[in-house]
Write a protein that binds this ligand. Structure first.
Ligand code: COA
Ligand code: MG
Length: 292
C-alpha cells in the first residue's frame, strides 16, 4: 500500500469521495477525528459504508482505525465494524507486540462470531504514539500473523511528552520525532513489516509533501498516510518504483542468477553484493504488489 487516506468515519460525503481518490487504502477513522459525543454515530456510518463499499468492482483496501486499548472503546468499535468485514484494522497507540496480540484476540473472537474465516482481517499498528511505546518498537515480530505494517505518529507523542512543537520553523521534525520515525522504521524491518510514514498535515503544501515522501522512500518507508485527497497522487507517484529503478533491480537479480556462487558482482562499473540483491528483490516484490 503506497497511499493510505484518512477519512473521518462520521462523514458520508468524505467517505464517498474517498472511493474515487486513487488511494491504495482508506483509513476510516473512529479515533482522533471523531469527538467523544459522535463515536456511536461514526461506528454506524462507517459500518454502513463498509457494507456498501466492499462490493464495489474496483476499490481501495478498507481499514478502520479503532480507538486504542486504554480508551475502553475498542470492544464497541470492533463489535460495530468487524461484522461489516473491512480488510483490516488500524490499531493506534499500540504499546508493543503484546498489545497487538491482545488486539488480534479481540478480532479473532468477532471473526468467529460473524462467520469470517480466521485471520482474514489485517492489522496495521501505530507504533510511536506514547512514550512507553518507543521502548517497545522492537517487540512486534511474531505478535500476530495479521500484522502487516507499522506506522508512526508525532501528534499524540508530542502531547504526551508535553512538547510545545514537533516540527521546527522549516517544517522539519524535531529530535524526539526523528527518533520515533527511526524506531518505527527499524521495528518494521526487524519484524518484516511494511514501514509506512506518518501524515503531512500542511495539506495545501504540495512541495513540502513531495519532499517528505522522497525522504521517507530514501530511508526505507514504502508508503505514507494522507489526510486529504489532494495528497494521494503525490504519494502514489513517489512510492511507485520508477522504470529505471525496476530495470536496475532486474539487472542485479539477473546478474546474480547467472552466477549463483558469486558473493559480489560488477555491473556497469559498480559493485553489487548480497544486500543489494536483497534490496532488488524487495523492490520487485513491491512492483508485483502495486500491479496486483
Ligand atoms: N477524505 C475524503 N474527502 C475529503 C477529505 C478526506 N480526508 N478531506 C477533504 N475531503 C473533501 C472535502 O469534503 C471536499 O469535498 P467537496 O469538494 O465535495 O466539498 C474536498 O475534499 C476538498 O476539501 P477541502 O475544502 O480542501 O478541505 P476541507 O476544509 O473540507 O477539509 C480537513 C480539511 C483537514 C478537515 C479534511 O481534509 C479532513 O477531514 N481530513 C482527514 C482528517 C482525519 O481523518 N484525521 C485523522 C488522522 S490524522
Ligand atoms: Mg492520534
Amino acid at each position: 500500500m503506497r497511499s493510505l487516506l484518512f477519512i473521518p468515519g462520521d462523514s458520508p460525503k468524505k467517505l464517498d469521495k474517498g472511493m474515487g481518490s486513487g488511494a491504495d487504502a482508506l483509513l476510516l477513522d473512529l479515533e482522533d477525528s471523531i469527538s467523544p459525543q459522535r463515536k456511536a454515530e461514526a461506528r454506524g456510518i462507517t459500518a454502513a459504508f463498509l457494507k456498501e463499499a466492499r462490493s464495489a468492482k474496483s476499490r481501495p483496501r478498507l481499514f478502520v482505525r479503532i480507538n486504542g486499548l486504554a480508551t475502553g472503546l475498542t470492544d464497541d468499535d470492533l463489535d460495530a465494524v468487524v461484522a461489516a468485514h473491512p480488510d483490516g484494522i488500524m490499531f493506534p497507540k499500540a504499546e508493543g507486540g503484546a498489545a497487538v496480540s491482545r488486539c488480534d484476540a479481540k478480532i479473532t473472537a468477532r471473526e468467529a462470531m460473524h462467520g469470517i474465516p480466521d485471520s482474514t482481517l489485517d492489522i496495521v499498528a501505530i507504533a510511536t504514539e506514547t512514550a512507553a511505546a518507543l521502548f517497545l518498537a522492537g517487540t512486534y515480530g511474531g505478535s500476530s500473523k495479521r500484522l502487516k505494517g507499522l506506522t508512526w505518529g508525532a501528534e499524540d507523542l508530542s502531547a504526551e511528552l508535553g512538547a510545545e512543537a514537533n516540527r521546527d520553523a522549516q517544517g522539519n521534525f524535531l529530535a524526539p520525532y526523528q527518533l520515533a520515525r527511526s524506531l518505527c522504521l527499524a521495528g518494521a524491518a526487524a519484524a518484516q513489516l511494511q514501514a509506512i510514514d506518518t501524515v503531512y498535515v500542511d495539506f495545501r503544501n504540495e512541495a513540502g509533501l513531495r519532499r517528505e515522501c522522497e525522504e521517507a522512500r530514501r530511508d526505507g518507508f514504502t508508503g505514507k498516510m494522507a489526510i486529504h485527497p489532494a495528497q494521494v497522487a503525490v504519494i502514489n507517484a513517489v512510492f511507485t518504483p520508477t522504470a529505471e529503478a525496476i530495470a536496475r533491480a532486474e539487472a542485479v537479480v539477473a546478474a546474480f542468477a547467472a552466477e549463483p556462487g558469486a558473493g559480489t558482482i560488477g555491473i556497469g562499473g559498480v559493485m553489487y553484493d548480497r544486500p543489494h540483491l536483497e534490496r532488488a528483490k524487495q523492490l520487485l516484490a513491491r512492483v508485483r504488489g502495486v500491479a496486483a
